[in-house]
Design a protein around this ligand. Structure first.
Ligand SMILES: C[S@@+](CC[C@H](N)C(=O)[O-])C[C@H]1O[C@@H](n2cnc3c(N)ncnc32)[C@H](O)[C@@H]1O
Length: 241
């Protein structure tokens, strides 16, 4: 049960009925990869083997970006936070390659194609912030956060002074904070919030640095939909000072 001190979450926690194979993955594999109240945030042990860098993706949606990044960067550990249960189930499908319920083995170590450098926090990242050590992360990704475009919902937007303070604390000096958005109101909102913030520096030198996807980008379904519907995503890279 959430306590009264917990921040209110405004998005969806569950959508369409989750199919049998995904339910099975959630039951069997999530406990093996999940960040719980007992997890110790140690770079040497969090991912089973020591990793060189650690990245966090906030609100990974269907998981395409974090799964792609984890495959492309096997020496890096990725923490993914997502509240939406269907999204967590989808990430488990992506990283195991399992689509049928009868293919789900008992333990994840049986899987030849597994990606073993992801750990999942299946809840609101704001509840995890306080447990993450100072200077723990090399990169933080916040990709296409819910824009909450109505003025009366502005306080729900994830980019806000409280969350920026936490992200600045857990990122190493020199670390990357990447925000992508396709919403015009959120674009201006991010630029204003970040301009007023003394912990980060915008790294863009020319238009292409934020109008085009960065070199290490992994495309997501959400991004493809935005482009199909005529919205132009932008990619803001900030450096922790
Ligand atoms: C618009 S979707 C974008 C998903 C994904 N990043 C992408 O680019 O496809 C925003 C996601 O952020 C998640 N989210 C919002 N606030 C969150 C929070 N405080 N902690 C964890 N996830 C959050 C939502 O559940 C939703 O799946």
């Amino acid at each position: 049960m959430p306590s009264n001190n917990e921040p209110h979450f405004f998005g969806r926690r569950q959508g369409r009925k989750i199919r049998k194979a995904k339910t099975s993955l959630l039951d069997k594999f999530l406990p093996q990869l999940e960040i719980t109240s007992n997890t110790v945030f140690n770079k040497e042990t969090l991912f089973g083997t020591a990793v060189k860098n650690i990245c966090l993706e906030i609100g990974f949606g269907n998981g395409e970006h974090i799964a792609g990044q984890a495959l492309n960067n096997p020496d890096t550990g990725f923490i993914g936070a997502e509240v939406f249960k269907n999204g967590v189930a989808n990430l488990l499908t992506l990283i195991t390659g399992i689509k049928q319920a009868d293919q789900v083995p008992e333990t994840i170590s049986l899987l030849p194609e597994r990606v073993d450098n992801i750990r999942i926090y299946a809840d609101d990242i704001r509840l995890l912030f306080a447990r993450l050590p100072d200077n723990f992360l090399d990169k933080v990704f916040l990709l296409f956060p819910d824009p909450w475009p109505k003025k009366r919902h502005a306080e729900r937007r994830f980019v806000n002074p409280d969350n920026l303070k936490e992200i600045a604390r857990i990122l190493k000096p020199g670390g990357l904070f990447r925000i992508a958005t396709d919403h015009p109101i959120y674009k201006s909102w991010v630029l204003r919030q970040m301009h007023n913030n003394t912990d980060f520096k915008w790294t863009a030198r020319c238009g292409n640095d934020w109008k085009k996807p960065p070199h290490d980008w992994v495309e997501t379904k959400y991004q493809r939909k935005a482009i199909r519907e005529g919205r132009r995503p932008v990619f803001f890279d900030y450096q922790r000072l």
